[in-house]
Design a protein around this ligand. Structure first.
Ligand SMILES: [Zn+2]
Length: 236
């Protein structure tokens, strides 16, 4: 039994950040029955991606172990990748997800409202399904995402002593659209904050924190999470 299974984690999405990394995610998904893969090129990596890398992503996206496209998104924190390149790659991911009817894993950092403006426009031109991963926006920003059917996923930050703002969001999101994640190797939840790498078994602390916010037992929230994940990642 893996550490994750011992902690009650029965499904793990291994999320790619480059073509090479996405191939590794598929490899891991082949080795563990609880793991599925997402393939994509992260906004902080897309300035280094070649046309060949994108072709590989398009091919890998058709693998039966791949249940989502990403991660993709927009990032203003790191300055390495030009904004136009990030937008171009985000469009490519959305197109591919629509074509294969797969959900998208969306990353945003220091630009959540701007990203939502752009995603809303894309959604209105042709819908797609998505999860806002490791969400850090406001209650109002989360509601805009919910209005277009997106899911909101929370990582370890929700457990941090200074995480009051994000706990307010986690208390507001409808239970049938809420997900938890590790965002490992980063964002290890309290009481292990700072320990690296974060890993899937530790997601139980994030789940426990949100279950107490919502007046549910961890078991109740865990069952809801499993249903939500199955609904979003329908190819699982
Ligand atoms: Zn991310």
């Amino acid at each position: 039994m893996t550490l994750a299974e011992e902690a009650g984690v029965h499904g793990i999405l291994c999320v790619g950040t480059t073509a090479e990394d996405s191939a590794k995610c598929i490899e891991i998904a082949s080795s563990f029955s609880s793991v599925r893969a997402a393939v994509g090129i992260h906004p902080n990596n897309c300035h280094e991606a070649t046309e060949g890398d994108w072709k590989l992503i398009e091919a890998m996206a058709r693998d039966p172990r791949v249940v989502a496209i990403g991660e993709t998104g927009l990032d203003r924190y790191w300055q390495d990748c030009p904004w136009e390149t990030q937008l171009h790659y985000l469009s490519l991911h959305i197109q591919l997800a629509r074509e294969l009817d797969l959900p998208i894993v969306i990353h945003t950092r220091d630009c959540v409202d701007e990203a939502i403006d752009w995603l809303e426009a894309q959604y209105r031109s042709q819908p797609f399904s998505a999860v806002m991963h490791s969400f850090t926006g406001s209650v109002a920003a989360a509601r805009r995402c919910l209005d277009i059917g997106f899911y909101i996923s929370f990582a370890g930050m929700v457990t941090f002593k200074n995480g009051e703002d994000i706990r307010q969001v986690a208390a507001d999101v409808p239970l049938d659209r809420l997900l938890v994640e590790t965002d490992s190797p980063y964002l290890t939840p309290h009481p292990f904050r700072g320990q690296k790498p974060n890993h899937p078994a530790l997601v139980q602390h994030t789940l426990e924190c949100i279950s107490s916010l919502r007046g549910l037992s961890p078991q109740e929230l865990s069952a809801i999470e499993a249903d939500n994940a199955k609904r979003l990642f329908r190819k699982w």
